[in-house]
Design a binder for this molecule. Structure first.
Ligand code: ATP
Ligand code: MG
Length: 598
């Protein structure tokens, strides 16, 4: 898989389609009853917002003097109309308030579920997904893009429905008030739709570019924060400052382009609607002169123009919401690109639980490549008995890490099979495999939390005593107790306050706590100083006893006692045997030992 870099725009495999809207609405399905309630309130608010225009007409026709003469019962009419108007306003305020509260809660609940699903998916995805792009580009999806999606449920969806109701009810009320003006009001919609469609297409294209530039910038910042030590060490502050300036400048330019289209939609639609309103008023006045004044009078014209105003506002609002939703469709592309991603490594449908193992491991004709056509391992065969300690040595880049990564299924081999206690590892569940086959890498990762929580990470139900016991086994207890708060010392920035060796010992304790049957140590003790060599030897002896282990170490003294040493090179195992056997053979391993001994 090719890797996307911070300065490369991401190409989405799927551009926005309506299935994405359908999928996002699936999250709202669970809340259908609440949405029905919201819908009820929207209809109510919409109908209530139609009444002022009708009441306007009634004031003109029943309250205001006509031809200089007071109308009969105009006072009673005025009181009734004002009372109805006040009730309408109170009703509108209450209905809007309730609706806003309900939708706010709904929107946040829905996006909370979406975010959880995204996180679950991220947890399932295999290394190859993370290998293929900077972590910042993944992070921004689950944070910013997801946050922005909340607006669809809180605001845009209800607003679109509300405005659609407003448009429908306006037409119904116009029809009810004066049917001859109805066709003219309908005319307003057509030019609007065409122009808005063209602008929206362009807006979507620009929004996509803005999202890409934003992802690039986040990727760079996230990577810089992680690599701040290296930046300081090589005085890269200014240079990296220039890069971020350039990336931000690209974001600004893309955003300005997007704004250009966004801002064009509103005034254009506004202008067109105003012109259409004028036409309707002109036509209405013309009809009024020709018609019977009891059917088409000033009151009717005032109320129809007020409806036109409401209709225009509904169209403006719809345009604005569509602008926002258009921008958000590009968020949906990114969110669903993640959600539709199939983990390269996952349980088969009929995967079985790996039973308690003794630790026998067999590689049968294993071939693997990261990039197609460039195999790192070819036709590798290996048989390991339970409890055996296997050491892997060889030149850098030979494939030692790769070989052991396949056993935990961090990657799947393309050819051959790997068996654990006779079970093909592809046939068993990942959870049951990784529970019994534990890996510890050289660049250990500690979380920003208490030391004891870092140890407990591998077995959440473990008691404090069990965690301490594990630390004692790997000789980490003493230095932990010397820390200000002992096991409750909080680590920050991945344990940077600890030495490399101390970090490795804590990770070692974490691994031992889970009590795995097969242990993989990839340069796991490389940072522990050689003064404590004897201690390490002793620790390895006790900790690895009764477990099958694969130990990769450049420091050969650590692995001399291994039952078997494999020399990895040329895409496979070139030498295998005990230290004594290989020394006698005077081959590659012998040369390596000679070189290390000076
Ligand atoms: N994630 C990856 N994507 C692509 N190629 C990779 C990846 N990881 C390793 N490689 C390549 O695979 C080969 C074997 O790498 P591997 O990490 O297994 O070597 P190694 O023997 O463990 O080396 P070292 O002693 O330096 O740790 C190298 O050529 C490396 O460039
Ligand atoms: Mg390695």
């Amino acid at each position: 898989m090719s890797r996307n870099l911070y300065y490369e725009d991401e190409m989405m495999e799927r551009s926005f389609n309506f299935a994405m809207i359908r999928n996002i609405l699936q999250y709202a399905k669970k809340y259908k009853k609440t949405y029905a309630l919201v819908m009820g309130f929207l209809v109510l608010t919409s109908v209530l917002s139609m009444l002022p225009a009708y009441l306007n007409m009634q004031i003109i026709n029943r309250v205001l003097p006509k031809d200089g003469e007071l109308l009969p019962n105009f006072k009673i009419s005025a009181v009734i109309i004002i009372s109805i108007w006040s009730t309408v306003i109170i009703g509108q305020v209450v209905a809007t308030y309730i609706n806003n509260r309900v939708t706010l809660r709904l929107g946040n609940s829905i996006v909370c579920e979406l975010r959880k699903d995204m996180f679950d998916k991220l947890m399932q995805l295999s290394f190859d997904y993370y290998d293929s792009r900077p972590s910042g580009k993944i992070l921004v999806r689950i944070t910013t893009y997801c946050d922005e999606i909340t607006q669809i449920f809180v605001d845009h969806l209800t607003n679109i429905i509300m405005n659609l109701f407003n448009m429908i009810f306006t037409l119904v009320f116009v029809c009810f008030t004066e049917i001859r003006l109805m066709g003219w009001v309908m005319l307003v919609e057509l030019p609007m739709l065409v122009i808005v469609y063209i602008l929206i297409r362009n807006l979507q294209r620009c929004a996509r570019i803005t999202r890409n530039k934003n992802s690039n910038r986040t990727a760079f910042v996230a990577e810089d924060i992680n690599g701040i030590d290296v930046i300081h060490a090589f005085n890269r502050e200014d240079l990296n400052g220039d890069i971020i300036y350039n990336l931000t400048d690209q974001c600004t330019k893309a955003f300005m382009m997007e704004t250009h289209f966004r801002e064009a939609i509103f005034p254009m639609s506004h202008g067109i609607i105003r012109i259409c309103c004028m036409i309707v008023i002109y036509v209405a006045s013309f009809l009024m002169i020709q018609s019977d004044p009891t059917t088409l009078n000033l009151g009717v014209i005032v109320s129809v123009t007020t409806y036109m105003q409401t209709f225009a506002e509904a169209v403006f609002n719809l345009c604005q919401r569509f602008q926002n939703i258009t921008t958000l469709t590009t968020n949906l592309e990114r969110i669903f690109e993640l959600m539709y991603e199939e983990p390269a490594i996952q349980d088969k449908a009929d995967a079985k639980e790996l039973p308690q193992i003794t630790g026998a491991v067999r590689y049968e004709d294993v071939t693997f490549s990261y990039l197609e056509g460039e195999p790192v391992l070819e036709h590798v065969n290996l048989d390991v008995k339970p409890g055996e300690m296997i050491a892997l040595v060889g030149p850098t880049g030979a494939g030692k890490t790769t070989m052991v990564s396949l056993l935990s299924r961090f990657y799947d081999c393309q050819g051959g099979h790997i068996y654990v206690d006779g079970h093909d590892i592809k046939e068993v569940t990942l959870e049951s495999l990784r529970r019994q086959v534990a890996t510890m890498m050289q660049d250990t990762f500690l979380f920003s939390r208490e030391i004891i929580e870092n140890i407990r990470f591998s077995k959440p139900e473990a008691t404090d005593e069990e965690c301490m016991e594990a630390a004692k086994k790997v000789y980490a207890h003493d230095f932990i107790m010397q820390m200000p708060k002992g096991y409750h010392t909080v680590l920050t920035k991945q344990g940077s306050e600890l030495s490399g060796g101390q970090r490795q010992l804590i990770s070692f304790a974490r691994m031992i706590l889970a009590d795995p049957k097969v242990i993989i140590l990839d340069e796991a003790t490389s940072n522990i100083d050689s003064d404590t060599e004897a201690q390490i030897q002793e620790m390895m002896h006790t900790v690895l006893k009764g477990r099958t282990s694969f130990v990769i170490a450049h420091r050969l003294s650590t692995i001399q006692k291994a039952d078997r040493i494999l020399f990895i090179d040329e895409k496979g195992i070139v030498e295998a045997g005990s230290h004594e056997e290989l020394m006698e053979k005077k081959g590659r391993y012998y040369q390596l030992v000679q070189k290390q001994n000076g």
